[in-house]
Design a protein around this ligand. Structure first.
Ligand SMILES: *Cc1c(COP(=O)(O)O)cnc(C)c1O
Length: 389
């Protein structure tokens, strides 16, 4: 197998386009000069339609997880009671972060494969009678391939005067998301998922309401103090040295997303999710999320069948059939595998991933008729294109 051609189907990092790789090879510039300010302004402008906001979006060096900390230390007073909605491992990790940062955590837990129910959020907030200062949730839970009804949950939080903080790391760009219209207070993402860049940047925006709340907050913080980023914005300057190469890459990636058209990008992701789900159904394996509602357009989680070990499955898919799949996280580590289909991925790439799933199953002795899953995915794609005509 030509190792360079391994097809990467992890739900982050995701493959990067050659245009992004080429942009990142450009020479360093003076980050205090006009050349950087021009890039800064261009990136800021291109991000707003993705977040669907008129607020400023700040780009900070750090992986996605730095979004949890940045959101919390800037907008919620340490010691406050917050609600974490947990539908999977990333929800669990945010709980850990909030506890480490000194917040008092109330939780709303759902079984793996479920999405949060806005009525439960409403009931809990009602019972708490205004003690909850912020509601924290993922738009898309990458560990289970399920997304949450953010808009409805945001509406409930607003009724109870709580800020809504959304981790949209594996969704922003690939999903519809309307920060202003939905009343989301803080939202953040990472560069290495749907935004087609390498890991290393966290992008975050906050509402007027959140900024107003921030005025009263005196939490200790320094590098992640968003006020410093906000003050520099008028001059199109960052408080500290920006990750220049990643900025070049992000600018190139955003250009590509806008050229494709944001609605088309979302539609492509929806299609790829549907292709995966219809394909898996033909294999006899079970999807972790059984019905279509809230099934993720960016990652699909599949339960293992008895007799196939998670590790053997993934190493065979990669070493023998050239496709890198993801395992499960946390409690699901040995019980599921995941197919990432976000960012610089096309329906053709999805066919390749599905072919390797079939081949791997057959090779390991699972009774599967190869070609059936790929055929089902092809049919979904063909039908999709016909409907567009
Ligand atoms: C990937 C991911 C994270 C963590 O991002 P890192 O870049 O690994 O720090 C957090 N939340 C969600 C939903 C993710 O998909």
């Amino acid at each position: 197998m030509l190792n360079e051609k391994l097809a990467l189907h992890t739900p982050g990092p995701t493959p990067i386009p050659p245009q992004v790789a080429a942009a990142m090879a450009r020479p360093m510039i003076n980050h205090r000069g006009e050349a950087f300010s021009a890039i800064y302004r261009d990136v800021a402008e291109k991000l707003q339609p993705i977040f669907q906001t008129r607020e400023q979006i700040y780009v900070i060096p750090g992986s996605g997880s730095s979004g949890w900390e940045t959101a919390m230390v800037n907008f919620v007073p340490v010691g406050a009671r917050v609600l974490n909605i947990v539908i999977g491992d990333f929800g669990e990790r945010w709980v850990k972060a909030n506890k480490a940062l000194g917040f008092e955590v109330a939780r709303l837990d759902y079984a793996a494969g479920s999405s949060a129910n806005p009525a439960d959020v409403a009931a809990l907030l009602g019972k708490e009678q205004g003690t909850i200062k912020a509601v924290c949730l993922q738009q898309n839970e990458t560990s289970t391939g399920v997304f949450n009804p953010v808009r409805e949950i945001a509406a409930e939080a607003a009724k109870h005067g709580a800020l809504v903080i959304v981790d949209a790391i594996s969704s922003l760009g690939a999903f519809p998301f309307a920060m202003d219209e939905w009343g989301v207070d803080i939202v953040f993402t990472g560069s290495q998922k749907a935004l087609m860049c390498p890991p290393g940047l966290m992008l975050i925006a906050a509402s007027q309401r959140a900024w107003k709340a921030a005025e009263q907050i005196r939490n200790p913080r320094f590098y992640l103090d968003l006020h410093a980023y906000r003050q520099g914005f008028e001059r199109a300057q960052t408080p500290y040295t920006p990750a220049l190469s990643l900025y070049y890459g992000l600018q190139a990636a955003l250009e590509m997303l806008h050229e494709e058209g944001l609605a088309n990008v979302q539609e492509r992701h929806y299609l790829m999710g549907k292709m995966c789900r219809e394909a898996i159904k033909t294999t006899g394996l079970e999807l972790l999320r059984q019905d279509e509602q809230f099934a993720s357009p960016t990652v699909t989680a599949v339960k293992f069948t008895q007799g196939i070990a998670a590790r053997t499955f993934r190493s065979t898919a990669s070493k023998v059939f050239g496709v890198v799949l993801a395992g499960g996280q946390g409690a699901l580590k040995e019980t599921i595998f995941r197919i990432g289909h976000m960012g610089y991925i096309t329906p053709n790439d999805v066919l390749v991933a599905l072919a390797s799933v079939e081949n791997t199953l057959a090779y390991l002795g699972y009774p599967v008729e190869t070609g059936k899953a790929v055929g089902a995915a092809q049919a979904v794609w063909l039908e999709h294109v016909r409907q567009e005509r």
